[in-house]
Design a protein around this ligand. Structure first.
Ligand SMILES: [Zn+2]
Length: 456
């Protein structure tokens, strides 16, 4: 048994000073002045006690054809742990053409088993529909894969009828369909046109994926979901004000069950990064946008219009894989690291700069993603019965984010040199301290596969 004594416990409804008694990996009791018996006591005076982060958008060991993401389930989850994230739900790579839904799930169990150091789940990926797809989906649902992603762009994009069918099935099962929302045809045309015109510098990555083409895809998804009886729809990595505007309008018309995620990089950087010498580090899809978009996304978070901050963690070495794009942005693997930085950047840029409240911080980093993806109240909340996944966070200290203090296998951080307010002192997973002063002290393979339930 462990007792966390005298911390400032942060929940989505407020903060209070108290003690947390942990028994068999779970939060057993919360109260004031609990008497410590035989147990190990962790002094948390002056520290925030936060629910362990839940990052529902990572890509560990992702095979994108031209390259493979450089964090596997070990290095990537060590990075997550050191950054205060104790649960991930990973978005898997596409499988071979025509493969059954379970093909990639099996592959991902192989990739994660014995390696992950935080608890983990997988989103399924739907890349086509055949006569077996939905019965396979029902089986996987029983095994705890209760969300499936569809792409509106890339090679295995879904057409509108397939989107409609996926939404209807998820509504019936109580699952969550997640969508990458960008208009495929216009983007494909623009990329080809820019290459033909010799416009291959990194800035053309952003220009080939206009904000309107995100907004169009968001609007299309929302209309289809509405027609499917307000079926649930979860939009991953929203990056634009115009996309957010479509969401606001749909909700104003009364549409329910819309869930929206953004990522720290869209809150902190704008497209001027594509003019830097190291611009390839920032090539990701969707691309970085304008300052007005950043501002709108912060407002969206503050007003509960955006429910989740994920990362889209998908790192490639700047010195190796990213250099494929040095003469042509279309050859650069898309993606960037973020799982290790998310909590610190969002606290510092969000809470410390008073753009969002501390309660909103725990909602968007832990509670809401756990609810959306069938993990609540096991994960994402500090209350009796929940897993004792906790962060001891010192809000009075500062640190400078730099690659040399980070655990991801990648060779850079987007946030190099950024001073952040607050410092993670300890991270607990199911009651065990796994990170102490930025050192990972847990064990390889200690992460458990999470059999997820229905969405809330
Ligand atoms: Zn992604």
């Amino acid at each position: 048994m462990t007792m966390i004594k005298g911390g400032i416990i942060v929940t989505s409804s407020g903060t209070f000073t108290g003690d947390i008694r942990i028994k068999e990996g779970k939060i057993f009791k919360i109260g004031r002045n609990l008497s410590a018996g035989e147990e190990k006591v962790i002094d948390a005076e002056g520290r925030y006690v936060l629910p362990g982060g839940v990052d529902v958008h990572t890509h560990m060991d992702l095979d994108v054809g031209i390259a493979r993401a450089v964090d596997d389930f070990y290095t990537g989850t060590v990075a997550a742990a050191c950054g205060g994230t104790t649960t991930i739900v990973d978005h898997m790579a596409f499988g071979p053409k025509g493969c059954p839904l379970g093909h990639q799930v099996e592959e991902y169990h192989r990739l994660a088993d014995g390696k992950a150091v935080v608890d983990y789940g997988f989103h399924g990926v739907m890349q086509h529909i055949d006569e077996n797809t939905f019965s396979e989906m029902e089986e996987l649902f029983q095994e705890g894969i209760t969300s499936f992603k569809g792409y509106l762009t890339y090679d295995y994009k879904l057409d509108d009828a397939q989107i409609y069918e996926l939404m209807r099935k998820m509504k019936e099962l109580g699952g969550m369909p997640a969508f990458h929302a960008e208009n495929h045809d216009v983007i494909t045309f623009l990329r080809k046109q820019f290459v033909e015109q010799g416009k291959t510098q990194p800035m053309y990555h952003a220009k080939s994926r206009p904000a309107e083409m995100e907004a169009e895809a968001v609007a299309r998804l929302l209309k289809i979901a509405h027609y499917a009886g307000d079926a649930p729809v979860y939009i991953v990595h929203l990056s634009t004000e115009s996309g957010l505007q479509e969401i606001r309008e749909a909700r104003a018309r009364g549409q329910k069950n819309i869930y929206v995620e953004t990522c720290p990089q869209y809150l902190v950087f704008d497209e001027s990064m594509y003019l830097r010498e190291d611009a390839l580090k920032y090539i990701m899809s969707p691309p970085l946008r304008k300052e007005t978009d950043e501002k709108a996304l912060w407002e969206g978070l503050a007003r509960d219009e955006i429910q989740v901050v994920g990362t889209d963690h998908c790192p490639f070495h700047y010195a190796v894989e990213k250099q494929k794009g040095k003469d042509d942005f279309t050859a650069c693997p898309n993606g960037a690291p973020g799982v290790e930085e998310r909590m610190r950047v969002l606290y510092s840029e969000g809470v410390a700069k008073e753009r969002i409240s501390l309660s909103q911080f725990v909602k968007v980093t832990a509670e809401n993603p756990a609810k959306a993806y069938g993990l609540y109240p096991k994960k994402g909340v500090i209350q009796p019965g929940a897993d004792a996944d906790l962060i001891l966070f010192n809000p009075m200290e500062t640190e400078v984010l730099t690659k040399k203090n980070m655990r991801s296998a990648v060779d850079y951080t987007l946030y190099e040199g950024m001073q952040v307010q607050g410092r993670i002192e300890k991270v607990l997973l199911r009651g065990n301290v796994i990170v102490e002063e930025n050192e990972f002290i847990g064990e390889k393979g200690q992460g458990e596969f999470l059999v997820r339930g229905k969405s809330r």
